[in-house]
Design a protein around this ligand. Structure first.
Ligand SMILES: [Zn+2]
Length: 514
């Protein structure tokens, strides 16, 4: 079954979905907002319209998005051809030169000349048509990264340009992208220094062994990636809307390496966030159910906690609870989310699918709601990797407990989706109202790691801070007090811009033919 057919399948369950729509709280709805909500309900009755409606709707941001997984296979193949790479045909894997056709490693340009071969490779590099094969979604998903990895080489800027262009095309104003520059160098340093049970001392030894040089080099790499993306997009010339998408990065620690290497990567991530405003937080990646990830999970959380003591205030988000019963033994379902929050100090959780298998789950849910620990929800990813969909997903439980949620893509290229698709999917599956999707959009900025104070004094009701309380949200001519507040906060500025976009969108929906 293709993903498109899957989409058709869940469109059909609209009629079955229980009504869970929660009215939007907060500032009094304007007439245009009410008219937009009515139009949204009409679109839900003709759900084929939802992609158009939700693509046009401003979406605050995508907070869970691995840069390499953002790229559609077609682009990896095009870059591989342009860069003279090869294809290991039997493994559907792009590989660096030298090519050797006789050994099953021809130039990729030759290997994909027929439409059939090209299509087969697009499938192998993504989740397209995966259900036709004999491989589980989990294994297919994670295998793709190894297959297209060689095509990423030297193309980070191209990947970023693709992500920014696709965001602009869907009215997404902010991206928080995960990527791993410098992590290989950090792992080498970690291997050289070795392990030490005293994590503070281990940190000092890494610094003495050359961590600051890795930090400096990595910051340069981030700069080069941004410059290349902006050059590709022609931001200095034509300046398309993609250039106005705000981009920040999350340093991505790969957790399936020996402890001394994971610690060195984590130390690099903390140092990057501390020294470079473009890098706003860190995350741990690679399958959570991997043997090493499971074995070292508690140790990893302790590493983050220890470094957070040395460098307080570094925002952490963690893949936690991307597990199901059977994928791992039951014991591994009991503590990952709690440990991420309580030991590592995670402010956001990626996935959180197994929350109801945690020890004392209701207490944990209440705590997450109270402490405003947001969950990055990735519905398609959870479907294709874990087989968790619809009512089996804890989306509605999180909402019922008031845990803040955002929608994100987690590899839109690999999964052949986009963020709009995830909004459509959530709307149809959980019968969301316009106020609900607007809240999800706002949450993406409220819980973003952008610097500065939030616009919302109360992030549940969207009541603005006092300085902006008397201003129409998103006004182009804010009062002196509000303008001053916005100037002092990157986050609030982005939030104000989103409100301005909502005002324009709702005016269009109420009065025009967008
Ligand atoms: Zn992820």
């Amino acid at each position: 079954m293709s993903l498109r057919r899957t989409l058709g399948g869940w469109l059909a369950i609209l009629a079955l979905a229980a009504c869970t729509g929660v009215p939007a709280a907060g500032p009094a709805a304007t007439a245009n907002e009410a008219a937009t909500a009515t139009r949204f309900e009409a679109a839900k009755r003709r759900p084929a319209e939802l992609p158009a409606f939700l693509r046009a709707m401003p979406k605050g941001g995508d907070l869970h998005n691995h840069l390499s997984g953002t790229v559609y296979s077609e682009n990896f193949i095009a870059w591989a051809i342009a860069d003279g790479l090869c294809l290991i045909v039997a493994e559907h894997t792009i590989a660096p030169p030298p090519c050797d056709a006789a050994a099953g490693r021809p130039p990729i340009a030759d290997a994909v000349q027929s439409g059939t071969a090209y299509n087969r490779l697009v499938d192998a590099l993504s989740m397209r048509n995966y259900a036709l094969g004999a491989v589980s979604g989990h294994n297919q998903f994670f295998a793709t990264f190894g297959r297209f990895g060689a095509a990423e080489n030297g193309r980070d800027g191209d990947m970023l340009a693709e992500a920014m262009a696709r965001a602009a095309d869907q009215n997404i104003g902010y991206l928080e992208l995960m990527l791993s520059p410098g992590m290989a160098a950090a792992r080498r340093l970690g291997a050289e220094v070795g392990w030490d049970d005293d994590l503070a001392r281990l940190h000092r030894r890494l610094i003495a062994a050359g961590l600051p040089a890795v930090v400096a080099q990595t910051r340069e790499e981030f700069g080069a990636i941004e410059s290349r993306a902006r050059a590709i997009l022609d931001c200095a010339g034509a300046h398309p809307p993609a250039c106005d998408v705000t981009v920040r990065f999350l340093a991505q620690v790969i957790r399936v390496f020996p402890p001394e290497q994971v610690f060195a990567q984590t130390a690099l991530a903390f140092a990057l966030v501390e020294t470079d405003p473009r890098i706003v937080g860190l995350n741990f990646v690679a399958p959570e159910d991997d043997r090493v990830s499971l074995r070292d999970y508690r140790l990893h959380m302790r590493m983050i906690g220890a470094l957070a003591k040395q460098t307080p205030g570094v925002p952490v988000t963690l893949h936690a609870g991307e597990l199901t019963l059977g994928l791992v033994p039951p014991e591994d379902l009991r503590f990952h989310i709690r440990d991420a929050i309580e030991t590592a100090g995670a402010r956001r959780i990626g996935h959180g699918v197994d929350i109801l298998y945690e020890d004392r789950p209701y207490q944990l849910l209440r705590r997450m709601a109270e402490d405003q620990v947001a969950v990055e929800i990735n519905l398609t990813s959870n479907d294709v990797i874990l087989g968790v969909t619809g009512k089996a997903h804890p989306f509605e439980t999180y909402r019922a407990y008031g845990v803040p949620l955002t929608l994100s893509t987690d590899d839109e290229g690999v999964s052949r989706i986009d963020l709009t698709h995830e909004y459509v999917r959530a709307t149809v599956t959980y019968d969301l109202g316009y106020g609900d999707v607007k809240a999800l959009s706002r949450n993406a900025l409220t819980y973003a790691f952008l610097a500065g104070t939030s616009l919302w004094q109360d992030s549940r009701t969207f009541r603005p801070v006092r300085a902006c309380a008397d201003d129409p949200l998103g006004s182009r001519t804010p009062s002196t007090a509000c303008a001053g507040f916005l100037r002092a906060s990157e986050k609030a500025t982005a939030q104000w811009r989103l409100e301005e976009a909502f005002t324009a969108f709702e005016t269009d929906m109420a009065t025009g033919t967008p």
